[in-house]
Design a protein around this ligand. Structure first.
Ligand code: TYD
Ligand code: MG
Length: 462
């Protein structure tokens, strides 16, 4: 019998070492090396493969571009607009899609609903769960209230059995929930270890590409925010989606982090209810629903999420520091961005913020990343600092430079139109965006050059 070897493997990046190390030399993470027993690879055993009639027989041959025919119709709609949009317009045949997110955020619920809908639309679906039993899933499926003869369910963690079942059922799409519970025969290490996750993903990739089966993989995220087993999984698959949101909040956001078949800026919004996830097609209205009139530190930004403009409230709270260093916390916005804006406000608008604690929050748990949110944040800082409310029907868009200038943003017309649609009366936009506007809107568009300008306009001298 071949000898076993002990190796130490970094749980974050997959780096291997014969000795235990406190710090991984590859990714620099501390305390992530775990012992793995390695069996020498058995080359004679076949790898897990699936061969269907529709399998691709071109393996090992090069072709001219003109000889390759592909069907235009290779996207399948899921009937969930929010889901389709994030994928770039539907599920691409033969693609491997990873859906990551914190445990309990609703990944299984989302995929169960999507795959049951796909089955109702005539796609043959196989849902493989390594986490729940068949009866548990059935219970949930009944609660979600959809059934179809095209929907097959399997509770299994061994990829060899799953591959066999794929050969018998010949599904159009497969859901693997979750990759961390899957194991490949002959692989060393327990399910969930880096090498198992890597091999299982590689196997699924081959099955998807060879047989034109779209495969969705669920991946739990570690506390550092990486998909466990982690970044290396992202480059193996075609599309990486993150399902996120605050646990205690009913809104869930689906975002593309990587997409070989579409843009990565799209966001889908869902609401978790007792009957499962419901699509939210007009998120602005919901995000602004609880806004108070005459509250200080609250401003609205017209932010672009992919092809869609979403209006969201940004809240700031400035309070004197009791002792020690001033605290800064932000949820939904990057902390570096708010620190920079605090510095700009101090330098150019005369706010003394170094002895103020500052707290920032976006409503609905949305994460805002584009620079065009700067102006709204800056105005909310001033509002909280001076204790002066912002008019409820004002909204803001613009990037702020270090010298306090308001810089151009993209897609200004869409933002103005959306703000107008939601009944806002004034929108502050960068001066350089204002020259070529061609709009028929009721909203008053106010171009501004600098942050001082904006502050003077929003908080006129009493
Ligand atoms: P789940 O899909 O199991 O999460 P994940 O697969 O990401 O770990 O979601 C579980 C949570 O969703 C759980 O806290 C209960 C909640 N939930 C509802 O609120 N309504 C529902 O209809 C369902 C199915 C789940
Ligand atoms: Mg789950």
């Amino acid at each position: 019998m071949a000898k076993q070897r002990i190796m130490y493997e970094c749980m974050a990046c997959g780096y291997e070492s014969p000795k235990w190390l406190g710090r991984c030399p590859n990714c620099g993470g501390w305390n992530q090396m775990k012992e793995q027993v390695q069996m020498p690879e058995n080359k004679s055993k076949p790898q897990v493969t699936v061969t269907l009639n529709r399998s691709n027989n071109d393996k090992g041959h090069a072709k001219r571009l003109s000889e390759i025919n592909y069907e235009e119709q290779n996207r399948v709609s899921t009937s969930f607009d929010e889901f389709d949009r994030v994928l770039g317009g539907g599920v691409v045949n033969g693609s491997l899609v990873l859906i990551g997110g914190d445990p309990g955020i609703g990944k299984s619920t989302l995929l169960l609903q999507v795959s049951m809908q796909l089955a109702m639309n005539g796609q043959k679906m196989l849902y493989v769960s390594g986490e729940e039993s068949l009866s548990q899933i059935k219970m949930r499926a009944e609660r979600l209230g959809v059934t179809s003869e095209n929907f097959y369910l399997m509770a299994e963690t061994d990829l060899a059995f799953i591959a066999k079942e794929i050969e018998t059922i010949e599904p159009d799409m497969v859901v693997i929930d979750s990759i961390q519970t899957m194991s490949v025969p002959d692989n060393t290490g327990v399910a969930g270890s880096v090498s198992q996750v890597r091999q299982a993903t590689a196997t699924l990739m081959r099955i998807a590409k060879d047989n034109q089966i779209a495969i969705f993989i669920v991946g739990h995220v570690t506390k550092e925010g990486n998909i466990a087993g982690p970044r290396m999984l992202e480059h193996m698959v075609d599309t990486v989606l993150y399902f996120e949101g605050e646990k205690h909040n009913r809104f869930r956001m689906l975002r593309a982090v990587k997409n070989r078949f579409g843009s990565t800026h799209e966001m889908g919004v869902f609401e978790m209810q007792d009957i499962g996830l419901q699509e939210v097609s007009n998120p602005s209205q919901l995000f602004l629903e609880e806004r108070l009139e005459n509250a200080t530190g609250s401003s609205v930004v017209a932010s672009l999420e992919g092809t869609r403009t979403i209006l969201t409230e940004i809240q700031s709270l400035m309070t004197p520091t009791v002792f020690g260093n001033a605290k800064r916390t932000a949820s939904g916005i990057e902390i570096q961005r708010v620190s920079l804006l605090l510095a700009v406000m101090e330098k150019h608008c005369g706010l003394l913020v170094q002895n103020q604690d500052a707290f920032f929050k976006t409503t609905g748990g949305v994460r805002l990343e584009e620079p065009a949110i700067d102006l709204a944040i800056a105005i909310s800082i001033a509002s909280s600092y001076w204790n002066r409310p912002i008019r409820v029907d004002d909204c803001f868009v613009g990037e702020i430079g270090l010298t306090g200038e308001i810089r151009r943003v993209s897609q200004i017309q869409e933002r103005i139109k959306e703000a107008d649609k939601l009944g806002f009366k004034r929108i502050f936009i960068p001066h350089s965006n204002a020259d070529r506007l061609d709009l028929d809107v009721k909203i008053k568009v106010i171009p501004i050059k600098t942050i001082q300008d904006a502050v003077r306009h929003v908080f006129p001298k009493q």
